[in-house]
Design a protein around this ligand. Sequence first.
Ligand code: FAD
Ligand code: SF4
Length: 509
Amino acid sequence: MAAVRWLFGDQLGPHFTDDLALGPGRSTAGGTDGSRDLDRVLLVESRQVFARRRFHRAKAHLVLSAMRHRAAELGDSCMYARVGTYTEALDAVAGTKTVRHPTSHAALRFVRGRSDVSVLPPRGFATSQADFAAWADGRGTRRLLLEDFYRDARRRHGVLMDGDEPVGGRWNFDADNREPPRRAGGLDVRGPWWPTEDGVDAGVREDLDRWVRDGDVAFVGHDGPRRFAATRGEALTALEHFVAHRLAGFGPHEDAMLAGEPWMAHSLLSAPMNLGLLDPLEVVARAERAYREGAAPLASVEGFVRQVLGWRDYVWHLYWHQPPDYRRRNALQAGTPLPDWFADLDADAVQARCLSSVLAGVRDHGWVHHVPRLMVLGNWALQRGIDPGALTDWFHRSFVDGYDWVMVPNVVGMSQYADGGVMATKPYASGGSYIDRMSDYCGGCRFSPRRRVGPDACPYTAGYWAFLARNRPRLTANHRMAQPLSGLDRLRDLDALVDQETRRGTEAP
Ligand SMILES: Cc1cc2nc3c(=O)[nH]c(=O)nc-3n(C[C@H](O)[C@H](O)[C@H](O)COP(=O)(O)OP(=O)(O)OC[C@H]3O[C@@H](n4cnc5c(N)ncnc54)[C@H](O)[C@@H]3O)c2cc1C
Ligand code: SF4
């Protein structure tokens, strides 16, 4: 019997359908006459998904472009349903449908609640659920440390290994990477690969315009030209370009920020990987090949492999390992609403050069790299006590690569310390001196990273001390916070600083 595979919009690569017989020439033995009916794929474009929440327009464009491109590739093998809800589309297709394990708790509840849908194991991640469970169980009460998970994954998949030993004799090349930008002498890296838009992209844009005109949906941010791969072919091209021209510079520039170089030497592969267009193991294998062929240094390749095989999979498994109410954790009891200028990506309302530049990046591309997410956007929200749930929702809607599984641990856990220390051993709060060291922002800013009180007081430097003062009772039990907290006692202007920051609140700095 022919199967119907329902694909979510983040399951678009060949590894989500490689067990199916799709299209001409792919039919194999099975029927009484030796032939087998061809399987089919169901893709559901639900307008209600976009009507419910205010997404970045570039994200809506990318996801719809990728789905429609996939449908075009599959041709007659694809049933493409443009409907209000998933339920409508599923009810219209008789019989049992199979689906690969979806990527959010809500979607998993939904598919499990339907008697006509059978759920298959997930694809698109390197470490299986069983391997992660065995690893986590084996740790007993010890923390689920990324470093240990990553080394285990390297061994299990034989990535960058010489026998039982890590290539180069070390697991970690962080010390060789992450140079401050000035020491690296600016950026000496070829720019990213950009896609060429086609009629499918134009069709999506027309539809988005119409939906907005009809009053059905509202978006934030600018869209176009499309910056991220939307097809398997584009994703492979983007990967090849990154490995050939940018991977070598990845390590040294990994944590640096330059006002005129938003992309630095990053891969821009999170969006295609999260759409399911690339499998992380093929990405890792390609990077390793570059090292083995002498095309990229080990420090950069290891740094990149650590992100994909380590962090990406670690975050995925933590999402499922924690109870579904993890998303509502709020260990620092932060309840301040997100201000409108932040929610609306109004970069022009902000004078702080770092925050204005990063917010402009989100507005224009729906993407900034890891350090601006963590140390500029997340750091500001943490210091101001922004509600972590509202911030997670904002990140999810505003970033082209944002999905529930990846946003919840990264925002609730890593960036806001709202899980009380499951993901990070201490809050990622820092003052302007960190931003000054890792970027060229402060030189042209109206604030000074060294001032904490007065009209020139850097909002990050002052915000850092105000954050520590406010959260002191909640952080004293954390021995890694002992030194920063003891610094508070040496500040003779603490009262004036706290007063200043209370008055500044969440107004645009
Ligand atoms: C507050 C916050 C929110 C984030 N939200 C997302 C998100 O919604 N989607 C997302 O894919 N990543 C997210 N990240 C992780 C990381 O910032 C992005 O994966 C990365 O910036 C994407 O750009 P890139 O593809 O050029 O990455 P590169 O710097 O080239 O890194 C290579 C790959 O490593 C993976 N990776 C690295 N770190 C992480 C991580 N912490 N979690 C998951 N994958 C990781 C990504 O797949 C990325 O493509 C977030 C990080 C923070 C601090
Ligand atoms: S001085 Fe402060 S606000 Fe200005 S760019 Fe530096 S860190 Fe950002």
